[in-house]
Design a protein around this ligand. Structure first.
Ligand SMILES: NC(=O)c1ccc[n+]([C@@H]2O[C@H](COP(=O)([O-])OP(=O)(O)OC[C@H]3O[C@@H](n4cnc5c(N)ncnc54)[C@H](OP(=O)(O)O)[C@@H]3O)[C@@H](O)[C@H]2O)c1
Length: 250
C-alpha cells in the first residue's frame, strides 16, 4: 500500500495525566511513561518546574499549572487536558502534602485535609466518572505506608492517607460490582528521597527514580496495591501486628 505523503503518521500514544508531576515520584513517573509510549498531561502548582519537564520532550508532554485545592477550576483544567491528549487511559494522583505538627496547630492539620482528602476526592471522582463514561481506565493513587497506623507527630497526614486507601478500595469494589474494567492501584511508598520525606530517623530511603520504576511495573501489571520499595511489605506486616498498647508507647 502506498503511503500518503501528505499525512505524517502520528505514533499511537497511550494517554496519561499525572496530578503532581512538578517534582518527586510524579515527575519520575512522567519520564518513565514518555519513554514507554505515553503522551502525558503533567500538573502541579509550580509552573516553572512543569515547563522544565515539558522542555525535555515537548512532543509527549502537555502541562497545566493549577492548585487542586481550588475545586471550582479542577474539572475545567482536566477536561482541557483530556481534550488536548485526545482521550485518557491512565490517571495518576501523586499530589500530597504533610507536616510534622508536634504542637497540633490547626493550620497544618486543615491544610493537609484540604489537599489529601478534599482535593484528592475531587480529582479521583473526576477521573472515575470519566472512565465510567468511557467504560474503561486505570486510576493510580500514591497513598503511603503511613495509612496503616496513626502517628503522634503527623496525625492528619496518617489519617488522610488512611482515608485515601479506604476510598480507593471503595472504588475498586464499585468497578467489580459494575463489571467495568476500571483498575485501581494503591501505591504505598515507605520513605522516598523527595521534599515530602520529613523527620529524623528515616530508613530504607529509596530514590524517586527507583520508586517510580517499581510503581510503573505495578501499573503495567494492574496491581491492586504495592509497597514501594518492596521491602516495605515486611514493615507493613509488622506494624499491623503491633497491639495497640505497645504501639501507643512508641
Ligand atoms: N516521599 C516520601 O517519603 C513519601 C512516602 C509515602 C507517600 N508519599 C506520597 O507520595 C506523593 C508524592 O510525593 P513526593 O514524595 O513525590 O513529594 P513531592 O516532590 O513533594 O511531590 C508532591 C507533588 O504534589 C504536588 N502538590 C502538592 N500540593 C498541591 C496542590 N495543592 N495542587 C497541585 N499539586 C500539588 C506538588 O506540586 P506543586 O508543589 O508544584 O503544586 C508535587 O508535584 C504524595 O502524595 C506523598 O504523600 C511520599
Amino acid at each position: 500500500m502506498q503511503r500518503d505523503l501528505f499525512h505524517q503518521e502520528l505514533p499511537d500514544f497511550k494517554k496519561a495525566i499525572i496530578i503532581g508531576a512538578s517534582s518527586g515520584m510524579g515527575r519520575e513517573l512522567a519520564r518513565i511513561l514518555t519513554r514507554n509510549n505515553y503522551r502525558v498531561g503533567i500538573t502541579g502548582r509550580r509552573e516553572h518546574l512543569l515547563k522544565e519537564l515539558y522542555n525535555e520532550n515537548p512532543a509527549q508532554y502537555i502541562y497545566r499549572a493549577f492548585d487542586i485545592r481550588d475545586l471550582s477550576k479542577t474539572a475545567k483544567n482536566l477536561n482541557e487536558l483530556i481534550k488536548e491528549l485526545g482521550g485518557l487511559d491512565l490517571f495518576i494522583m501523586s499530589s500530597g502534602i504533610g507536616y510534622i505538627n508536634l504542637e497540633l496547630d490547626s493550620e497544618p492539620e486543615f491544610q493537609t485535609i484540604d489537599t489529601n482528602v478534599t482535593a484528592f476526592t475531587d480529582v479521583i471522582t473526576f477521573a472515575y466518572r470519566y472512565f465510567l463514561e468511557n467504560k474503561k481506565g486505570h486510576i493510580v493513587g500514591i497513598t503511603s505506608i503511613a495509612a496503616l497506623r496513626g502517628n503522634k507527630s503527623a496525625p492528619a497526614y496518617n489519617a488522610s492517607k488512611a482515608y485515601q486507601v479506604n476510598y480507593l478500595e471503595g472504588l475498586r469494589q464499585k468497578s467489580v460490582s459494575l463489571k467495568i474494567p476500571i483498575y485501581i492501584t494503591d501505591v504505598r511508598p515507605g520513605f522516598v528521597a523527595t521534599q515530602m520525606a520529613k523527620g529524623e530517623n528515616l530508613f530504607w530511603v529509596a530514590s524517586p527514580e527507583k520508586a517510580a520504576k517499581q510503581i510503573y511495573r505495578a501499573i503495567r501489571r494492574k496491581k491492586r496495591k504495592v509497597y514501594i520499595t518492596k521491602r516495605w511489605r515486611i514493615y507493613a506486616w509488622l506494624i499491623q501486628l503491633f497491639p495497640a498498647f505497645m504501639y501507643e508507647k512508641i
